[in-house]
Design a protein around this ligand. Structure first.
Ligand SMILES: [Zn+2]
Length: 138
């Protein structure tokens, strides 16, 4: 499907690198900022059962942050927008159970005009701590 990908200024944190994907054939548009987690989607509402084409808009304009996951078995990375800290905790818990070879989850947040990035989960560290806990229970 034809789309134009470009970097645009993020309306929330003003980073010049918000990812914008515009599908000129359908009129759909997606924007996501990996610095602050701003998310915008204007897309065809595929759940709508009427014959007329209808669109829906989803905006997360006051995000908690964004997450990025690297080291997944399949090779590629993953990133997404977070509306709350609970969402981040859910993702971290899911990876605790999966235990892929090396997974690092980073959180990026926009707070008081600045971007803060930190690693919030790392499989190797997690396994080491788990092992140490076992040893200390002996
Ligand atoms: Zn942003």
């Amino acid at each position: 499907m034809g789309s134009v990908i470009s970097d645009i200024e993020c309306p929330n944190c003003h980073s010049p690198y918000a990812y914008n994907d515009y599908y000129y054939k359908t009129g759909e548009e997606f924007t996501i900022c990996s610095d602050c987690g701003y998310y915008f989607a204007y897309e065809i509402d595929r759940d709508e059962k009427s014959d007329n084409l209808s669109f829906k808009t989803t905006i997360i304009d006051k995000p908690y942050g964004s997450y990025s996951i690297s080291g997944i078995k399949s090779g590629g990375g993953m990133m997404g927008s977070l509306e709350s800290k609970d969402q981040l905790d859910e993702i971290i818990n899911a990876y605790r159970e999966k235990i892929e070879p090396v997974v690092s989850i980073k959180l990026s947040r926009y707070i008081n005009g600045e971007i803060f990035i930190k690693e919030v989960f790392n499989t190797e560290k997690y396994l080491r701590i788990k092992k140490l806990k076992k040893i200390s229970n002996l």
